[in-house]
Design a protein. Sequence first.
Lengths: 160, 149
Amino acid sequence: MDIARSIQSIDFLTAFSESVLAYPIVLSIHLACIALFGGMILATDLRLLGLTFKSLSITDVVTSLRPWKRIGGTIMIAMGLLLAASEAEKYAPNPFFWTKMIILGLIGVHALVFRPIVYSKTEELDRSPIIPTKAKVAAILSLCLWTAMFVMGRLIAYWD
Amino acid sequence: MLLQNAVGDALNNTEWAFALAECVHIGGFAVGVGSIALVDFRMLNLGLRYESTGRILKYTELWTVIALLFVVFSGVALFLSQTDVYRVNPIFPLKMYVLAAALLYNFTIHRKVAKMENPPPLLNRLVASVSLLLWVAVVFGGIFTGFLV
């Protein structure tokens, strides 16, 4: 708790959580990112499963959306950490918050595992007559992780 | 009034119903707005360039409609659970006006231009930018409504 208190006592974080406008603005940006870039994650996963965008190659979908997902993800995580840090004492005992952080970690593991064999090998996937199982596994896991991520985000508000 | 009470009671008296409605609401707009944003990014020439905007719209429009229906129905349920609060909320009516504008825009001008064979690049960019702005404004409206409840 001491660590949580000292985090949220950092001057700019205190000013941030006490501002009437800053907190909802940052939360709105966090959610707007979910809407704008969440659709790209969904599009990538559904393409890997062969369910949509079939006239586009996997390479086109993955590589053209990659920079935007990176930018969107960075803004989303930065805004999320800002929200959590400004109310660190409230978040520290919240099990939904920590579950969400664990899922965020798992998303990192997912990237480490599947980038070298799926996301960086899209040309190989496109050459294959049927979409390889590893690509489908990557897509399904990604869909599950991101769904859990957003459900946990909402549930954080319900723990007291 | 009867419906209002039935839905409101269900949401207020069931422990997880309100949270579930909120999850459907947010999940729905992530898919609905996200699928519109894919068309917008294509119109802005920022992604999915190897396919026409018309085809991208064809791929996404069913997802958009289904997801937005989920958003609207869960939104109505959330509204009915606390009508008194929303009625005096200064931001809520603004959000509804912007939402009405965004929906109308999406299924008229936006759709029409997205289906054009060779739209002027400037028109494409303008229509996509307005679309993104409108939907981001709706999201801001939703969060600010929540903060003033």
